[in-house]
Design a binder for this molecule. Structure first.
Ligand SMILES: Cc1cc2nc3c(=O)[nH]c(=O)nc-3n(C[C@H](O)[C@H](O)[C@H](O)COP(=O)(O)O)c2cc1C
Length: 249
């Protein structure tokens, strides 16, 4: 096994960090690695906002649902799908590019690009011995986030990522059985084997939680998912995305 694969397979989210900033060199390496990710048709439709200002971090922590590690970390990155620069290009090239920029397809392209860049950043950070945690809580109150960070139209903040020197030894969360996510040749729609695998996975997850919480928690994964999905969240998103001038047709 090489070092990169070892780092990937060792991933776990880290939610407690030393109050010690990353160096400029570390930050730039992480961003360069993010930029090295593949990008659809070379479109590079994303931006990364680095946050060091303590007050901005404090406000973001609050907006993200009072997640303390959004405030205390080595560095905070905000990843955005970004077609704003392509609107600037429209002006430079004297063309109306709005129909494409505002389409669902290009919105998806930008989200995919930003996510690929983010995972490269995560891996780069982890390979340096740093810990990371994605923060989808950023989407709790996007109007306030866009105002706080001065984000223009055609830009959609997707998630933040905390990075820093780990202060915790967290255990790894077991993933679904590989045959459940990797289909060979065709999508496997055999519900019986599907449910059987999920039952087995539930047993694994229950004992994982029991061990981690000294018996206090024993949730199953399907129970967790049903509970989460029974409460639709952030239902303002469609309207917000359209207000940002994205995913309109
Ligand atoms: C897009 C995205 C958003 C996430 N948002 C949060 C978040 O707001 N707060 C948090 O503590 N963890 C967040 N996570 C981390 C997940 O909870 C975590 O990756 C998952 O439970 C699996 O655990 P692991 O990363 O330790 O393997 C997020 C992960 C992703 C990919």
């Amino acid at each position: 096994m090489n070092n990169i694969i070892e780092t990937m397979l060792n991933h776990r989210s880290i939610r407690q960090y030393e109050d010690r900033p990353l160096s400029e060199e570390q930050i730039m390496t992480i961003v360069r690695c993010a930029q090295a990710a593949s990008t659809s048709s070379y479109i590079q439709a994303y931006s990364i906002i680095g946050i060091t200002d303590k007050e901005t971090k404090r406000k973001l922590a609050e907006l993200c649902g009072n997640q303390p590690y959004v405030e205390t970390n080595g560095h905070l990155f905000v990843f955005c799908a970004d077609l704003h620069r392509h609107q600037v290009i429209a002006e430079m090239e004297g063309q109306d590019l709005s129909p494409a920029i505002e389409s669902t397809e290009k919105f998806m392209v930008a989200v995919i690009d930003a996510t690929l860049a983010a995972q490269n950043a995560a891996l780069a950070a982890e390979s340096m011995g740093l810990g990371i945690c994605y923060i989808g809580g950023l989407r709790n109150q996007l109007q306030a986030v866009t105002e706080l960070l001065d984000i223009p139209t055609h830009v959609m903040p997707l998630f933040a990522m905390t990075v820093g020197y780990p202060l915790q030894e967290s255990s790894q969360k077991p993933r679904l059985p590989i045959g459940h996510v990797y289909h060979q040749e065709k999508y496997n729609q055999d519900k019986q084997s599907y449910q059987q695998q999920l039952q087995e996975y539930n047993a694994t997850i229950s004992s994982y939680y029991q061990e981690r919480t000294q018996g206090e928690r024993s949730d199953t994964w399907t129970g967790q998912m049903a509970n989460m999905l029974s409460k639709p969240a952030r239902m303002y998103m469609k309207e917000f995305v359209e207000k940002q001038g994205l995913n309109k047709k």
